[in-house]
Design a protein around this ligand. Structure first.
Ligand SMILES: O=C(O)C(=O)C[C@]1(C(=O)O)C=C[C@@H](O)C=C1
Length: 390
């Protein structure tokens, strides 16, 4: 490819050319039927159009960058609310044959590449490479973002807070195992904001060097992954020793060093660590899904379909929680999560993590929070962010 680095002085993006000449749709009169070379000619023509349109879109996205003015860094060009709106429109327009998920993935990659024209985003996650957290980074930010594998979820918080990473992606709950308390607790002392959520269907695989189940005497994995495959393990490897380690990728690394060991991890860990798939998917529930939060240093405007995470400190007094929840209920604001954790620093005080529908800058949530602030106090908004697009 020719070097087309941006100087900021490029001409305005070109006017759209009409590009549908000669295009046919399968099943319509005049289409080439099953004549292979004629069908491929159609595909070649469409590819030319797609490529020209992607290039044109990239020019416009760069123009948007210029419209935003001279900003400090790549992170300032990122607009999660706008990306969510673009993706929701993709889903609304979709009449098949490709699934919503596939089209969303393709458009995310296009936006990711468009944004990286300014400079790729740096996104911290629980490493090493090959973890589900890394998959969540790719799902949300596309492959043009630069992933920073870190040693712990705590380190992800630290690197985002210090500015080394623009954003971080941290696991917060699993459909079968519930909330990951250790992640929630980090919000108690962190100033960071939640600016997105990612839902990832998690498929677990048993991986080993030999690929033979009869060789397996030890199984390594993250504690949560072992729990997600408990029945399968009981049925197929009842005698093997189960050992919880820091991450699934760490498990894969260990399995690489011994013929009698196996790891439970995502299928891509097999490629990253040179292991064979013994069995999979082996998760007990076929809807096994992990929800991740995107953490950053800034708040973003509404996208039209948002969720807000609140942290509420409650003293041990009658009706304290009711006073917080009543203004929400009276306004029909739906609440899809409430979780209590001991508040750090004071004995028998609790922090409630509450997820509600809506954005803090919009009614009715804004009015409810104003009322709660006046009467109940001690409510921290962890962030308002677009509801995950599939
Ligand atoms: O619309 C914007 O603000 C853009 O910067 C363009 C664009 C896109 O490619 O559509 C790129 C990055 C942003 O995160 C959101 C959208």
């Amino acid at each position: 490819m020719a070097d087309r680095r941006r100087t900021g002085n490029e001409p305005d993006p070109p006017k759209r050319a009409g590009m549908t000449a000669g295009k046919r749709t399968p099943g319509q009169p005049g289409e080439p039927g099953t004549d292979l070379s004629a069908v491929r000619e159609q595909i070649d023509g469409i590819d030319r159009e797609i490529q020209a349109l992607i290039a044109e879109r990239a020019l416009w996205a760069h123009q948007v960058g210029k419209a935003k003015g001279k900003l400090a860094a790549a992170v300032d060009y990122y607009r999660p609310e706008r990306e969510a709106q673009v993706l929701r429109r993709v889903v609304d327009r979709n009449d098949g044959p490709l699934s919503d998920e596939v089209l969303v993935r393709l458009f995310r990659e296009i936006m990711s590449a468009c944004l990286a024209q300014q400079e790729p985003l740096k996104v911290g996650y629980l490493g090493p490479e090959g973890t589900f957290s890394q998959q969540a980074v790719h799902k949300h930010f596309g492959h043009s973002a630069r992933g920073l594998p870190l040693a712990s979820v705590e380190e992800v918080f630290d690197e985002v807070a210090s500015g080394t990473a623009d954003f971080g992606v941290v696991p917060v709950e699993n459909s079968g195992q519930g909330t990951i308390q250790s992640t929630l607790d980090l919000f108690l002392t962190s100033p960071l904001k939640i600016c997105g959520e990612v839902e990832l269907r998690v498929h677990q695989y048993l991986l080993s060097r030999t690929g033979r189940i009869d060789d397996v005497e030890r199984v390594y994995s993250h504690g949560l992954s072992l729990a997600q495959c408990k029945s399968w393990l009981r049925q197929h490897l009842p005698l093997a020793e189960k050992q919880a380690v820091a991450s699934n990728a760490d498990a894969a690394r260990r399995a690489r060093n011994a013929d009698d060991a196996a790891a439970i991890a995502g299928e891509n860990a097999a490629h990253v660590y040179g292991l064979k798939v013994v069995a999979g998917p082996i998760e007990d529930r076929d809807d096994n899904t992990t929800r991740f939060l995107v953490i950053g240093r800034a708040s973003f405007p509404p996208s039209g379909h948002d969720r807000t995470s609140l942290m509420v400190f409650i003293r041990d007094q009658p009706g304290a929680l009711y006073k917080i929840l009543e203004p929400l209920a009276r306004r029909d604001i739906s609440m899809n999560r409430i979780e209590s954790r001991p508040a750090h620093g004071a004995l028998w005080q609790y922090a409630f993590f509450i997820d509600v529908a809506g954005h803090v800058d919009e009614s009715p949530l804004k009015d409810a929070l104003d009322e709660i602030d006046e009467f109940a106090g001690d409510v921290r908004v962890l962030g308002s962010y677009p509801v995950a697009v599939p």
